[in-house]
Design a protein around this ligand. Structure first.
Ligand code: ADP
Ligand code: MG
Length: 364
């Protein structure tokens, strides 16, 4: 199997749009990396430069250690699946899967038949080889598109929003299935989606893209819990954001004056008093306080990271419950707690607190 490296890759389209602005990543052999970001941020363009359908304006691309920057798509050995997955409608499933191997002229009929049968087993659709695409459901057709891409044993699998046209339940099922297949054959995979949940659940690492750049690259838990920028915090999941000015930094923690509240947060290198920053708190990091605990905090003279307000909204999310808490100053906080823990009702007054270690300072 093979790694993929992008070094300083930029792409300007003839019309003048600079769609990708100097991205760098080293994808390891067998790794599943997701490019995630809002529509128009350059995900498809980046993927197409890896496949060879676009030539970068700047930078270089290596697959399996070999510089393929100027190589045509057929010399790169990548398998690609698109959102509309377009199987050839007039061909049987067998012929669809065999297509790439037939076209290469490198395989005997016996080899092709054996490989098609193996691919149908892999995607758990044995026995459908003689059908045509219109005799399969949307999810089944998507599995065949995957089998077709994998049949010629590509060095890497490139997937552009392959699950976007499936309904939610089927999409979630296919997320698991795709990951199982990817791990089973250990193929290096670059997956594109605008769906943050999909990116977080499927990937070894994700590259969060914004306006042609990688804002942050890392494993899902790191990118979610330790966002580098406000954009990353906002794009992946829900973020409570406190804008303010740093008044003190000591022992790795910063005190941030946000006007109506003071927030104490884990700091980061380079943060000094006077800096304008944003503090991010994920909704699950808040805890409801009890009256006695609040008293205890006050007696030590500190009310940092304690927020009081009225619960204005409550909804069940299945295994957890989401609350909206509105403070006196009109600030709305989103709080998510496990179902059955510390239940509160709409209209009640409540106090929430957050540990400074669960707060993150981000760049604008
Ligand atoms: P994404 O896949 O993240 O939605 P794209 O890579 O498709 O983003 O597009 C990135 C930017 O490049 C957008 O501004 C888009 O309009 C522009 N773009 C995409 N394809 C072309 C093209 N063939 N010619 C000119 N501009 C393009
Ligand atoms: Mg796209």
């Amino acid at each position: 199997m093979s790694g993929i490296s992008l070094t300083g890759v930029s792409k300007r389209y003839p019309g003048g749009v600079l769609a990708v602005k100097g991205v760098d990543i080293d994808i390891e052999s067998g790794e599943f990396v997701t490019l995630v970001g809002p529509s128009g941020c350059g995900k498809t363009t980046t993927l197409r430069t890896i496949a060879g359908f676009e030539t970068p304006t700047d930078g270089s691309i290596r697959i399996d250690g070999e510089d393929v920057t100027d190589a045509p798509p057929y010399e790169r050995d990548t398998g690609m699946v698109f959102q509309d997955f377009a199987l050839f409608p007039h061909m049987t499933i067998h012929e669809n899967i065999a297509y790439g191997m037939e076209a290469s002229g490198e395989y005997t009929d016996e080899e092709i038949d054996a490989r098609v049968a193996e691919m149908l087993e892999l995607v758990e659709l044995p026995g459908v080889g003689d059908r045509t695409p219109d005799q399969l459901s949307g999810g089944q057709q998507q599995r065949i598109a995957l089998a077709r891409a994998l049949a010629p044993r590509p060095k890497a699998l490139l997937l552009d929003e392959p699950l976007a046209s499936l309904d939610k339940q089927l999409r979630e099922q296919m997320q698991v299935e795709l990951r199982r297949i990817q791990q089973e054959i250990g193929i290096t995979t670059v997956f594109v989606t605008h769906n943050q949940e999909e990116a977080l659940t499927m990937s070894d690492r994700l590259a969060v893209m914004n306006d042609g750049r990688f804002e942050q690259v890392g494993p899902p838990d790191q990118v979610y819990n330790d966002p580098d920028t406000r954009f990353v915090a906002d794009f992946l999941g829900t973020a409570n954001i406190f804008d303010g000015s740093v008044t003190a930094v000591d022992d790795g923690y910063a005190t941030v004056d946000c006007g109506d509240v003071t927030v104490r947060s884990k700091s980061r290198p380079g943060i000094e008093p006077g800096a304008d920053v944003s503090v991010v708190v994920r909704p699950e990091r808040f805890e409801f306080g009890t009256a006695s605990a609040d008293g205890g905090t006050r007696s030590t003279g500190s009310v940092e990271n304690v927020f009081e307000g009225e619960i204005t909204f409550k909804r069940h999310l299945g295994s957890s419950v989401e609350f909206r808490l509105e403070t006196e100053a009109g600030r709305e906080l989103v709080v998510v707690r496990r179902s059955g823990l510390n239940q509160r009702s709409s209209g009640q007054r409540a106090t929430v607190r957050v540990d400074p270690d669960d707060c993150r300072i981000v760049e604008e």
